[in-house]
Design a protein around this ligand. Structure first.
Ligand code: FMN
Length: 317
């Protein structure tokens, strides 16, 4: 496999390859995060961590109503940052960057958790403002990432309180994701990731009720890949046209193979997040996808990712 350099750089942090474990799919224990690192992931995003412990929603919390359609309403279960720090310490010897993901109900909580991770030595954070089912049931409360003022307030507050780079995780559940990427970058986001899950619902026709315990959830998996690609392209085009300052984009949504990784890189993404595929292919996803990407690059005669990044985007400008 020699001769091909898959390394990328996100906000000054070098990754050996662009395949990042997306937030949340593997829970919060150091053991499972270590296994993802051993499977070849270029970086690990943690489950979103809040101030206090959260138990999450009642079950069912994860279903596959059709092949390739994953619906979840976990409700951000996590032990709270104080307890999670113990797990993080267990990962100090792995040679793979860890990206803590931060969740909160208001800007004070985002600031508290972000500052705690910076104090604990984290080099970068992902700020999750886009979980579509963090609150219970069908409340109709818009998520932060659906409101530009709230988005700006959270990012401003986090940027004022930490000096490490932050990745802002955007929601696809808006009319124009570019508007939210713009607000994020103007408030100092050092990178953006897109997309979080898509608002979704499944109904049991026999029981005549919503299937998920929380009723509403978020869709992920192979069925959302093309939607995610469109959102990433929209942001990348706006950056290319200088309507938004250029920052790294991490493309997330339905990625399962080396070809899928290439698709996002061809649309201008710096790196990619891999989540639900692990439910289909186990942690072998990383090894398979990275070898697949290398094979594709070898066939095309590419030696490094910058040899082909954004090539598909050029058709759209
Ligand atoms: C079971 C599950 C739990 C998730 N938990 C989180 C989370 O804690 N924080 C977050 O930012 N995103 C979370 N996500 C969203 C993923 O990180 C990702 O953005 C989304 O699932 C799309 O990628 P995928 O199709 O590769 O899964 C979760 C997704 C799933 C399926």
């Amino acid at each position: 496999m020699g001769g091909i350099d898959l390394s990328i750089n996100i906000c000054g942090i070098k990754l050996k390859n662009p395949a990042i474990l997306a937030s949340g799919i593997l829970g919060c224990t150091s053991g499972i995060l270590r296994m993802a690192a051993e499977s070849g992931a270029g970086a690990l995003t943690t489950k979103s961590i809040s101030v206090e412990e959260r138990h999450g929603h009642r079950g069912p919390i994860l279903i596959e109503p059709m092949h390739g359609v994953v619906l979840n309403a976990f409700g951000l279960p996590n032990p709270g940052y104080r307890a999670f720090m113990e797990e993080l310490k267990e990962l100090e010897d792995i040679n793979v960057p860890v990206i803590p993901s931060i969740a909160g109900r208001n800007y004070e909580e985002f600031v508290e958790v972000s500052s705690a991770f910076e104090d604990a030595g984290s080099k970068i954070l992902e700020v999750n403002i886009s979980c579509p089912h963090s609150e219970k049931g069908y409340g109709g409360v818009p998520i932060i990432a659906q409101d530009t003022e709230k988005t700006a307030a959270i990012i401003d507050a986090v940027k004022e309180s930490v000096s490490i780079p932050i990745i802002v995780k955007l929601s696809p559940n808006v009319t124009d994701i570019v508007e939210f990427a713009k607000v994020s970058v103007e408030c100092g986001a050092d990178a953006v990731s897109a997309i979080n899950t898509i608002e979704a619902l499944e109904v049991d026709p026999i029981l005549e009720r919503p299937v998920l315990g929380n009723m509403i959830g978020g869709q992920s998996g192979p069925s959302i890949r093309c939607i995610a690609q469109r959102k990433v392209a929209d942001i990348a085009i706006a950056m290319k046209r200088k309507e938004i300052k250029k920052v790294p984009i991490i493309g997330i949504g339905g990625i399962r193979s080396g070809e899928d990784i290439a698709r996002f890189l061809l649309l201008g993404a710096e790196g990619v997040g891999i989540g639900s595929s692990i439910l289909y292919d186990d942690l072998d996803t990383f090894d398979k996808a990275i070898s697949g990407l290398k094979d594709l690059m070898r066939e095309k005669g590419y030696k490094k990712i910058s040899d082909f990044r954004s090539n598909a985007l050029e058709w759209m400008i």
